[in-house]
Write a protein that binds this ligand. Structure first.
Ligand SMILES: C[S@@+](CC[C@H](N)C(=O)[O-])C[C@H]1O[C@@H](n2cnc3c(N)ncnc32)[C@H](O)[C@@H]1O
Length: 407
């Protein structure tokens, strides 16, 4: 048996951990549908050793990248969402002591600028492209004005590492004050949050640097913006060699997650986080979720998933373990379909859990997403799957001598 019961139980208890996401730089941004650092860490410890390469092809908010770094593994993370790449990079790029000190000394001037009430509009190109949508009304224009003032001051820092860190502070504070709230925070609360988060995030960064201080030879995780169906053709990925572990969580079938929008005043969606991160938005919800969640049998979703896992099979070797956490809106038909797609991609399920009741399931705590259909079971449970590359071809059409079988 490839998966020891010790590893299985360790991952199971980490997957079911109900604690809030905290520690290291994990609170820098509330990326939607994150998995827990404990889960990523348990998989990393079970299936890789120090110095090994860990890959997350749907890196999202960078949970895997941060935990791989802390566990002294090399890490490659990829995502199609520029916002995910931004957040993952900031969370896993360790600032030097001189850099956090510089930001601490700069903070009082920054806070003074945020207190001056004058109209800031230094971003006509962002407005023209629609990134201020739903931030121009009577309740929100002041928030946008403060964010504008913050960003124009941040741009004067003149160093992308410092600038990105400071942008992430504004991103976190603005998300807290605007996204998914019944009542918006006042602008003075937003200012206070920026100051408070600035200090908290600098403290978190200093602690993380101290924690990993003696890591010699473990590079900063590499985060790439790309469609993961191309990984076998990406030079950075192929040059890195086969990963020891792929630990990930793909967009979920049939489940609505807003990776690319904040919801202001109820359900009014704004792409403002891209403006704050200085990144470009993609091409609508389907771009981020592998297809249309209303489509019958989710054909596009499963075709895209197969292309991605086929690419992952190509860059893996027989030692590579693939651990995924997936939620289903209708597990009864979607889980068998999902497993069929893995098989078509050239992967086999491993471990002792061939029987469904032995798989690791967990109830999903209050997440900000919901299943397309209103069944309670749907979308409220996640499963952990373990795979590796198949040793032999898994499809009849791949077998040698197919022609001699009379086909
Ligand atoms: C469930 S989230 C991953 C969350 C992550 N585990 C974390 O802890 O933050 C799924 C991610 O897949 C990304 N994604 C969707 N389609 C993709 C594609 N074709 N290639 C790469 N990433 C993709 C989304 O942008 C999203 O960030």
């Amino acid at each position: 048996m490839i998966l020891s019961s010790e590893d299985f139980y360790h991952i199971r208890s980490a997957a079911r951990d109900r604690g809030s996401v905290r520690g290291a730089t994990h609170q820098f941004y509330r990326y939607p549908a994150r998995f827990s650092p404990q889960f990523a860490r348990a998989a990393i410890e079970a299936f890789s050793d120090e110095g090994d390469l860990v890959l997350d092809p749907f890196v999202g908010g960078g949970t895997t990248a941060v935990e791989a770094l802390r566990a002294r593994r090399k890490c490659l993370g990829t995502d199609i969402n520029e916002l995910a790449v931004f957040v993952s990079e900031v969370k896993s790029t360790i600032l030097r002591e001189s850099e956090t000190s510089e930001l601490r000394s700069w903070l009082p001037d920054f806070e003074r600028v945020l207190k001056i009430s004058r109209t800031h509009d230094t971003s006509p190109q962002w407005r023209e492209k629609g990134y201020f949508r739903h931030l121009e009304g009577s309740e929100t224009w002041r928030h946008r004005n403060i964010i504008s003032a913050a960003l124009s001051e941040i741009e004067k820092l003149g160093c992308s590492r410092l600038e990105n860190f400071a942008r992430c502070v504004v991103l976190r504070s603005a998300q807290l004050s605007l996204d998914g709230r019944r009542n918006l925070m006042s602008v003075s609360e937003l200012r206070d949050k920026v100051s408070k988060h600035f200090v908290m995030m600098l403290d978190d960064m200093d602690l993380l640097r101290e924690e990993i201080g003696d890591h010699r030879g473990i590079p900063t995780p590499t985060i790439l913006k790309c469609n993961s169906n191309q990984l076998h053709e990406h030079e950075t990925v192929t040059d890195a060699g086969a990963p020891k572990l792929i630990v990930t969580s793909p967009p979920y079938p049939g489940i609505h997650v807003l990776y690319h929008r904040w919801q202001v005043n109820g359900r009014r969606e704004t792409p403002a986080p891209y403006w704050i991160a200085n990144k470009l938005d993609g091409d609508g919800e389907r771009y981020y979720t592998l297809g249309n969640r209303h489509e019958k049998e989710l054909k596009t979703y499963f075709a895209n998933l197969e292309a991605i896992f086929s690419s992952l099979a190509k860059i893996s070797d027989h030692d590579t373990k693939i651990v995924q956490m997936v939620a289903f809106s209708e597990p009864d038909w979607q889980l068998p379909k999902y497993l069929e797609v893995m098989e078509n991609a050239g992967l086999v399920e491993i471990g002792s859990q061939e029987a469904d009741e032995d798989r690791i399931w967990r109830d999903v705590p209050n997440r900000k997403w919901h299943a397309e259909r209103q069944s309670r079971k749907a979308g409220s449970r996640e499963v952990v799957l373990f795979h590796r590359k198949a040793k032999r071809p898994t499809q009849l059409s791949d077998l040698p001598g197919r022609d001699h079988l009379g086909n």
